[in-house]
Design a protein around this ligand. Sequence first.
Ligand SMILES: [Zn+2]
Ligand SMILES: [Zn+2]
Length: 256
Amino acid sequence: MIDETQKTTQERKFKCWAASCGGCGDGPSREHLLSNCLFPDGVVRVKGFDWCMDETKTVGINGLARQILCKKHNSALSDTDAEAKKAIDLFQRSVQPLGGSSIGNKVDGHRLERWLLKTAINLAYGGKWHIGIGMHGSAPGLPPPYLIDVAFGKLPFSHKMGAHFLLPKKETFHDPGAILTFPLVKDGYIGGVYFELRTQPIFLNLFPGNAPPTLGEVAESLSLQNHLLDTELIYRPPNISTTLRSLAASMIYFDW
Ligand SMILES: [Zn+2]
Ligand SMILES: [Zn+2]
């Protein structure tokens, strides 16, 4: 039997993170903090959000569900899930080197950025930090209206906010079934969120006009592999080549 008392409490507690921009509908969805369509059997290693402060938490993708978005807003973000899945599949693809004739694959960079942003908001929602630095209407644990509009594709990222890629010369060790993510926090503000999407490290910058040249400048204390700390950040690269055993395997072209 459903405990009606409990249900009412739960519904009262539910608040969609996009509510301040209007358009909520159809009640709470069971949004996964990281889209479970990406790899339902995979895990995510999360660290440094206030529900996993000092230790790296490894959670099955399906274990990370909270009621944080209404159904209407959740489904308005589903195109970003599809694009992230496509990109992540390419990032980890092991194919035979194709020589010079490789045609390559296209990824919609803006959609990928919107997925990174909504995932960052999912993880930080309800926490004690501001999401983004210096944004109008910002409050701890709540996305500011500007970032909500960017997540839904109504406004673009400007001032070098968005995806900065790390293209390290040395191969990065990674668990093929895992996504790693943590926020970079300064004085109570999340200035950016680091993601390792299988083979590809990406820094989502949320500090207008202030992208760090390398993560070593801002993330010294974080447990990143050393060579990643010195790797230059490249803002919205037009293309990257995925490698397999140090050989160029295929190209990924981004639309920005
Ligand atoms: Zn708005
Ligand atoms: Zn909503």
